[in-house]
Design a protein around this ligand. Structure first.
Ligand code: RIB
Ligand code: CA
Length: 312
């Protein structure tokens, strides 16, 4: 049986690769829907980008629902200086011919989850967590329908937007707080894990050799220059944060982690958006997330390349 997932996303190059990986693993994963969020760029653009990526991956009819244009409380902080003006720097894709569905993302999440059996749907969260938090606030009964939330969010160590905060949590720390407190099984990919997933030349070589239409777009994206200069991870390549989430759903054996208590700082100031992870269990507070620590990045990229090539 294929595992049903909903992807909540703000494409974004690494979001794009995550969606393509899920489409390339269609024998194992069923994308029920994609919900978009403002983040890397505004929500109109992330919605267009999600539609473009689905078309590139040969699945233009994938339901895409436009989500929140802004976080719950704070002003939106976008990231064009990393991802380029349209959010998909390096890719050259035609305008989508299929429109987003009229139902807003939050309403879609509530309706779809209410109709689902208990613990039957996995949410893959690749963006600020506003859509998911709002759905949980409006309809707390949907929590039991979610098998788990696998998220790219936070950091065990240093942040990437500020010294303390990772981007997705920094943009909407209040939403992240709501989701971490919802009592749903969570697997968390923070920057400490995802900076191990750098798309080095060697790791993308199989895709460069493949040269098919999807592989070529992915390679162009992975080789592009960042408008704002090199990544905090160095110049070895772009960190592929979000594909780790889909890779974990497909191949959990490539990852290790630990159940921990995670608290989100919501008060304005230098630590807003920080995820404090009780790695050593000092507080005695019950764990609310499985926090990923290590991954076999070479094997992950090898499997990712094989999945992407099925779309060529
Ligand atoms: O901090 C990394 C996250 O921010 C990823 O989800 C990436 O797509 C960006 O949105
Ligand atoms: Ca993202």
């Amino acid at each position: 049986m294929r595992r049903p997932i909903i992807i909540d996303t703000d494409p974004g190059p690494d979001d794009a690769l995550a969606i393509l990986l899920a489409l390339g693993a269609a024998d194992r994963l069923e994308i029920r829907g994609i919900t978009t969020m403002a983040g890397n760029v505004g929500v109109d653009q992330t919605t267009v980008n999600a539609l473009k990526i689905c078309a590139l991956g040969g699945a233009p009819q994938t339901p895409v629902h436009r989500g929140c244009p802004r976080p719950l409380m704070r002003a939106l902080h976008t990231a064009e200086f990393i991802v380029g003006e349209d959010g998909l720097g390096g890719m050259d894709l035609p305008e989508p011919t299929v429109a987003a569905r009229p139902q807003p993302a939050v309403a879609y999440l509530v309706e779809t989850l209410r109709a689902a059996p208990d613990r039957s749907l996995t949410l893959c969260a690749l963006a600020p967590l506003t859509n998911i938090a709002l759905a949980l606030v409006i309809a707390p009964d949907i929590a039991r329908k979610i098998d788990s939330i696998v998220m790219m969010a936070g950091a065990r160590d240093l942040g990437n937007v500020t010294a303390a905060a990772e981007y997705n949590v920094f943009v909407d720390p209040h939403a992240a707080h709501i989701v971490f407190e919802a009592g749903i099984p969570i697997t968390m990919f923070g920057l400490n894990a995802t900076y191990q997933a750098v798309a080095t030349g060697a790791r993308i070589e199989p895709l460069a050799r493949a040269g098919g239409k999807v592989s070529a777009q992915v390679v162009a994206m992975l080789r592009r220059e960042r408008p704002g200069g090199k990544s905090l991870g160095g110049d070895g390549g772009h960190p592929m944060h979000d594909p780790c989430v889909i890779a974990y759903v497909l191949w959990p054996e490539l990852f290790t982690g630990r159940d921990c208590r995670v608290d989100v700082a919501v008060d304005e100031g230098p630590t807003v958006g920080r995820t404090t992870i009780d790695w050593w269990g000092r507080s005695g507070a019950p764990a609310n997330a499985h926090v990923i620590d290590t991954l076999d990045a070479d094997e992950m990229f090898a499997r990712l390349a094989a999945a992407i090539q099925t779309l060529d």
